[in-house]
Ligand binder design. Structure first.
Ligand code: B12
Ligand code: SF4
Length: 407
């Protein structure tokens, strides 16, 4: 059975066009699960310029619709590819959020929601007979075949200037899936539960990566919040130490303790990335971010003392943002500037799958506008409020640019 996974390579809509983006590890996990049961799997990257005649023929087309932004292209593609394959299926984030719509608009045989490894292999083993929406949850055991990175060219696997900007050829990896928090702007699929891989399995993958990709000089962990569990964070960091390999991870300020911070600093962690979002406690509360801004100061100091490079993420324009909340963020930045090495600032976009989207934006489905780099859409409030948002965004942008340039 020949299964071709179709993945939209997103270079047109990302900020720095020459930068290699993270490969779709989730999709590659699904490919690996299929290869493990003997299927012939191929991955085909396409973009707006790919002609329909270039798509390889297959028994099954598996559309990997990773975000709502890429969905319009998939809708226009599906009818053109009807005769190239017998069965047409889809999965990934957008398909999981809007399975019925995707099923109908793309005229598919099956749509897979959630983790695809178990559901799709079961479907194949059952003769691909089941039709409709097939639901899978978070996997209970993550010691599964490693992502089938070999299915995409090495140039899309190696990434430049990651790992705190210190690595020239880094590779992405996942050591746990899921998150227990409930930030209202966030559209992750696996909420409320986290599953950790075993140390032995992670060690095997690091070892495998270094053998398969000998130029690899760093690892980017994509775990939603790597520091949720102290034992896990310490154990994984010791694995990187064993290979003397630089790495970076995502964290939350309220999950950091001294044991984790020490382990990171002693074990080659090049950068820790933390979502702070805003300096306004009022906005943090309405985002359900769940921490007190006052409590961040001590942690930042400890991180710096431990010698860790710190990158923070900020979001501007969440409903309720105004000049005064932006000024609070600017004050926060000034106060913390010596502890922060890099800042990423994005404008708020109500992402489908996030609680804030569910509450407020259900009728707005112009996917062309969905990009975290889109500065011009008015998602909420009056025109006047939008004008104020644009001015306050620019003020914050200037401060952020100035701080980033100083480093
Ligand atoms: C790494 C990442 C990226 C990478 C790689 C994208 C990718 N496809 O993996 C890059 C940098 C390219 C990226 C870009 C963007 N991303 Co992104 N990204 C992520 C991130 C942090 C991790 C994804 C991941 O590896 N998850 C872990 C794996 C195991 O899970 P998974 O990918 O969901 O895969 C499982 C299932 O979906 C399913 N599955 C996957 N593919 C398929 C295919 C088939 C056929 C089947 C049956 C099943 C199946 O099985 C997989 C294994 O269990 C997620 C947040 C998150 N934690 O999920 C955001 C996330 C997916 N991204 C998001 C967004 C918004 C974007 C951008 C639009 C940002 C922008 N620039 O404006 C772009 C769009 C890119 C695109 N191609 O459409 C949102 C999506 C929300 C939405 N409704 O659209 C998320 C959820 C972030 C968030 N917290 O809100 N992203
Ligand atoms: S933003 Fe981070 S901490 Fe919040 S729910 Fe999403 S992954 Fe979890």
């Amino acid at each position: 059975m020949k299964i071709v996974f179709l993945y939209y390579y997103y270079k047109e809509k990302i900020k720095s066009k020459n930068r290699v983006e993270f490969p779709p590890l989730g999709m590659l996990y699904v490919c690996a699960a299929l290869e493990a049961i003997g299927q012939d799997v191929e991955v085909f990257y396409f973009d707006e310029n790919t002609s329909s005649t270039e798509f390889p023929k297959a028994d099954i087309y598996a559309y990997s619709i990773s975000s709502s932004v890429s969905y319009p292209l998939f809708i226009s593609l599906a009818p053109q590819l009807r005769d190239n394959a017998t069965l047409h299926i889809a999965g990934n984030t957008h398909a999981t959020i809007f399975p019925k719509q995707v099923m109908n608009e793309m005229n598919l045989d099956a749509v897979f929601c959630g983790a695809g490894e178990e559901t799709i292999t079961k479907w194949i083993k059952g003769g691909c007979r089941e039709r409709g929406i097939i639901v899978g949850g978070l996997l209970e055991n993550l010691d599964i075949p490693f992502p089938a990175r070999h299915l995409i060219p090495d140039k899309y696997i190696y990434m430049e200037s990651r790992v705190g900007g210190k690595s020239k050829k880094s590779i992405s990896m996942i050591s746990s899936r899921g998150c227990v928090f409930n930030c209202k702007f966030c559209a992750i699929q696996n909420r409320g539960k986290v599953v950790f891989r075993s140390f032995n399995d992670i060690d095997r993958e690091v070892n495998f990566i270094l053998r398969q990709y000998p130029q690899c000089d760093g690892i980017t962990l994509l775990d939603e919040t790597f520091t949720l569990n102290t034992m896990h964070a310490v154990g994984v960091s010791e694995i990187f130490n064993k290979y003397k390999l630089r790495w970076e991870c995502n964290s939350r300020i309220d999950t950091l303790n001294k044991t984790i911070i020490n382990a990171l600093s002693e074990n080659y962690c090049a950068e820790i990335r933390i979502g702070i979002e805003t300096g306004s406690q009022k906005l943090l509360n309405s985002m359900k971010k769940g921490f007190l801004i006052e409590k961040t100061y001590e942690t930042f100091k400890t991180l710096k003392k431990a010698g860790l490079q710190v990158k923070i993420y900020l979001m501007h324009g969440y409903p309720g943002e105004n000049m005064s909340t932006t000024n609070e963020t600017i004050r926060f930045l000034h106060k913390m500037r010596k502890y922060i090495d890099r800042i990423s600032l994005y404008r708020f976009t109500p992402l489908p799958g996030s609680p804030i989207y569910e509450e407020t934006f259900l009728n707005k489905q112009d996917w062309s506008e969905y990009s975290i780099y889109n500065d011009n859409v008015r998602w909420w409030g009056t025109k006047k409020e939008q004008e104020i948002l644009n001015i306050s965004y620019q003020r914050l942008r200037d401060v952020v640019d100035e701080m980033n340039n100083m480093k």
